[in-house]
Design a binder for this molecule. Sequence first.
Ligand code: CP
Length: 326
Amino acid sequence: MTLPDPQFNALGELHHFIDLDALDKAMLTRILDTAEGFAGVNDRTVKSVPLLRGKTVANLFFENSTRTRTAFELAAKRLSADILNVDLVTSSTAKGETLLDTLRVLEALQCDMFIVRHGDSGAAHFIARHVSPAINVINGGDGQHSHPTQGMLDMFTIRRHKGSFENLCVVIIGDIQHSRVARSDISALIKLGTGEVRVVGPRTLIPAEVESLGVTVYSTLDNALIGADVIMGLRLQKERMRSATVPSSSEFYRTYGLTPARLAKAKPDALVMHPGPTNRGVEIAGSVADGAQSVILEQVTYGIAVRMAVMSIIMGNATSLRRAGT
Ligand code: CP
């Protein structure tokens, strides 16, 4: 028996934000358009709007994060919510309490939204299925499954610079196999009608049958970069590699590192993107990461507006559901 997708409420609206696979182009575009409005809030002297006043958002990060955790914290504050950063290293989970018991404690503290980062694929889905129906769950990255807000902030960055997706050639380089970011990006790029999505990396780091997602696999980076409008680097996710699946970092850089010489093979206005953390001299040269074509830090900034958009949309849907008395 297939269980219904817990992302959607009884009205078929988004209630949780776990992955992008079940979201259509209209929904992705609505998130991008809503984020466009919030990007202006970030430039104001008073950077907050009262949309989530009185709501409590809990950041539950079971795995390290710099960008995602802080961007969610700022997004919640700019929507006027109270934000609770739960220190899961010193919490009772570390003392043997089960995940479900920890969730019950946070429910009892009357949180309205959980932002979850977890090392296990499927953890956000599990939590969404087990929380009180009054709580919204947003996936801040689970294992190698999905990182949907990173995917949306990447789409936002591309749309801001290139206007639309139809005529673009996007190249994703490196460890596709272990990358939740690559999965979310590919899902969003294909739905938004991107002209061509190419992936390139060591054979051991390209998932079997990845072509079924709508991408083209290239064996050499030099060929993959010809005609590229957008180039996305990825970190080697060594913590998720169960065996020696890649050569040394220096060999990886020699074959797949984005150097100035390689960047010159792409279109002159090609964007250089990376979700971070970047490893200079492994997947990207320092001069490329800091160069004129790099939008890596813009991605971080846009992450606030995009997360404000996702939080406000799902919280708004929860309010309309309550009004409908469903
Ligand atoms: N891009 C990203 O998820 O970075 P963090 O691990 O720092 O959150």
